[in-house]
Ligand binder design. Structure first.
Ligand SMILES: Cc1cc2nc3c(=O)[nH]c(=O)nc-3n(C[C@H](O)[C@H](O)[C@H](O)COP(=O)(O)OP(=O)(O)OC[C@H]3O[C@@H](n4cnc5c(N)ncnc54)[C@H](O)[C@@H]3O)c2cc1C
Length: 117
């Protein structure tokens, strides 16, 4: 599909994960109470407006479970939670889970082998 056609579910997904993980990569080390409230509010709204309706509904159901509540205290916690949320979708789609110990290398610092420097 040419680049200037409307995005399908995969293109929307890739762009959205890039955005979300980049938000986590720039999230404060320790978020203030106000920043935590803002992030929780963002995630609630995000799960209502994400432009793939069945994806959004599954995501809403997943984050509404007590054990999956967003963890927004600081960057490490939030990035790990988001990695887990992304893995949930990966597994649902039959893709391999990503190693969450590597999320900061993938989305913030670049790989240790230096190829992103
Ligand atoms: C909230 C949400 C729900 C979605 N639900 C559905 C759905 O129900 N059905 C559907 O068909 N599609 C869904 N998608 C889209 C789907 O997740 C993928 O984006 C799409 O299938 C394209 O996949 P991809 O293989 O290109 O890589 P993506 O899954 O888009 O990942 C992009 C890159 O992120 C990195 N990555 C992979 N996993 C992780 C992780 N756990 N943590 C950090 N980085 C990681 C990898 O480097 C990867 O190349 C959803 C997307 C979002 C944002």
């Amino acid at each position: 599909m040419p680049d200037d056609c409307p995005p399908d579910v995969n293109a929307i997904g890739r762009a959205t994960w890039t955005f979300l993980h980049s938000v986590a990569a720039q999230y404060p080390d320790q978020a203030t109470p106000a920043q935590q409230v803002e992030m929780l509010s963002f995630l609630r709204i995000f799960s209502r407006v994400y432009p793939c309706w069945h994806c959004a509904e599954d995501f809403r159901v997943w984050i509404s479970k007590t054990e999956n509540e967003p963890k927004v205290g600081g960057r490490a916690e939030f990035g790990n939670w988001l990695c887990g949320a992304h893995n949930e979708v990966n597994v649902k789609l039959g893709k391999p889970a990503f190693d969450c110990a590597l999320w900061q290398e993938r989305w913030r610092d670049g790989w240790k082998d230096g190829r992103c420097d």
